[in-house]
Design a protein around this ligand. Sequence first.
Ligand SMILES: [Zn+2]
Length: 154
Amino acid sequence: MTFIVDKTLGKLATWLRILGYDTASGHDADLEKIVRQAQDEARTLLTKDKKLYKESGGLPALLLQEDNPFRQLQEVVRHFRLTIKDDLLFSRCLVCNTLLQAIDPAEAQGEVPDYIYHNHWEFSRCPSCRKIYWAGTHYGHMRKMVERLQEADW
Ligand SMILES: [Zn+2]
């Protein structure tokens, strides 16, 4: 299942990417363009915009009620009964949605802070925007949030 979010839902897009779901950001203010991209790429539209939701006519779409990004994520997971697969977690670039590629740690030298380079063994890179990822403290925090999501009692 793949998604497109409206431009107010950037944090929700990041969360879906953390879970490994292919999620495009509709940066455009032009609602028609977002609807067209959703159609062309067969994506499910997630929006808080009632007007956009109405104009999406026939497209698979969900009008979100929650304002908090994590609660929005819970809404989406519950509504579509999304599964959370461990091997898909942190597999996508959080910035641009591209699938990450594992890299040789040596490649990260000079591109990440020295203390990161010396204390981590696994790095991956976004082939599109070149951002480098590693499992740091931020990762631990997000991992805990995902566990909360999995434990959540529907
Ligand atoms: Zn990227």
